[in-house]
Design a protein around this ligand. Structure first.
Ligand SMILES: [Zn+2]
Length: 354
């Protein structure tokens, strides 16, 4: 338990000074403990620094995304079962577990020299981008630590910039560091986790994540995505290589795909693969640009579908990884729609019963 916490509008904020349980406002919710003694709160990783990352005027990956998400989460009737956690910085070693030193050095140089775009990719940046990106990757690592330690039941990381297009030597597709990949490697190294499942339901293929683990049998990467579409990878015959052969599963669908195809793929392909793989930790690259009405995607998933996908992932985590699940935001570019989809996602996470 944190020593001080306060519920500003609804969500409990960890570490807020000057408050204790005796003088909290009426209606303030506190992290709850189940009959089995397990913490039943879902952590939400968030820091205002994420919204200081500015990718360019009129850019769809804008601060409005997280403003909409956090605003709506604060108003929900399950806000008391969420707790906002401030991220920490990812270490250089953590970043270098996925990216090359040359790329990390170049990102630092690009940003500190005032460039508006990363030299090695098409990602727009500003002076605060490095701090945001380091705390995005570090935030997910912190969520992994806290969920494995049992401080929180599961976690959703409301971070910017996103990460799943970022590879060893580049930061493309609005991404700087590959947050979910850094977290997976962190779990392997710090917690001796042998097998990590990463499921990616963003409308775009998580090419950076696939590339990172393509020959790595310790990570099962599963992706549903629109194809053809940026970045152009993710054909069904891309299934891994070497010792990682079979540990990459791609499910590409044409524009217009929705519940039948995408939830169907999670049920028909992922559940069986997870039963064989037996992940000790479940991560989600939660991109909500696969939602109906997103300006960058052509999929038709509804908020109910995202709740159902979340439930499938929770079932997998319950069966194989003692419920340990960490989800992180990737895409989603209609701020109002994104916020509703995240609300459905977080409500399902917060409703999980071990
Ligand atoms: Zn996307």
């Amino acid at each position: 338990m944190h020593s001080g916490r306060a519920a500003i509008a609804g969500i409990v904020v960890a570490g807020a000074a000057g408050c204790n349980s005796s003088n909290d406002a009426p209606g303030t919710a506190h992290p709850q403990t189940s009959a089995t003694g397990k913490n039943t709160v879902t952590a939400v990783i968030y820091d205002p620094i994420y919204n200081k990352h500015f990718a360019g005027t009129g850019h769809p990956e804008s601060p409005r995304r997280l403003e909409a998400i956090m605003g709506l989460l604060n108003e929900t009737d399950f806000a008391g079962r969420l707790e906002i956690i401030k991220p920490r910085d990812a270490s250089d070693d953590g970043i270098l577990a996925v990216h090359s030193k040359r790329y990390l050095d170049q990102v630092r140089e690009d940003i500190t020299s005032g460039r508006k775009m990363l030299a090695m990719g098409d990602t727009g940046v500003c002076a605060d981008t490095l701090d945001a990106a380091v705390k995005a990757a570090g935030g997910i690592c912190l969520a992994v630590d806290d969920v494995i330690a049992g401080k929180y039941r599961n976690a959703f990381c409301a971070v910017r910039p996103p990460g799943h297009h970022s590879g060893e030597n580049r930061g493309s597709g609005f991404c700087v560091f590959n947050n979910v990949a850094i977290a997976a490697r962190h779990a392997r190294k710090k917690h001796d986790i042998s097998r990590v499942l990463i499921a990616d339901w963003d409308v775009h293929h998580g090419n950076g994540t696939q590339e990172t683990f393509y020959s790595d049998p310790s990570v099962l990467f599963f992706s549903t995505h629109q194809w053809p579409l940026y970045p152009g990878t993710g054909r069904a015959d891309e299934t891994g290589a070497g010792k990682g052969a079979g540990a990459t599963i791609n499910c590409p669908f044409g524009a217009g795909a929705g519940h039948k195809q995408i939830v169907g793929a999670f049920r028909d392909k992922l559940i069986g693969a997870a039963d064989r793989f037996k992940p000790e930790l479940v991560l989600i690259s939660a991109g909500f640009d696969s939602r109906l009405g997103d300006p960058l995607g052509g999929f038709c998933l509804t908020d109910e579908d995202f709740a159902e996908l979340t439930g499938i992932m929770l079932d997998i985590a319950r069966k194989h990884s003692s419920g340990r699940l960490v989800s992180t935001l990737e895409g989603g570019y209609n701020p109002a729609g994104l916020a509703k989809a995240v609300r459905a996602h977080c409500q399902t996470l917060a409703s999980y019963e071990a």
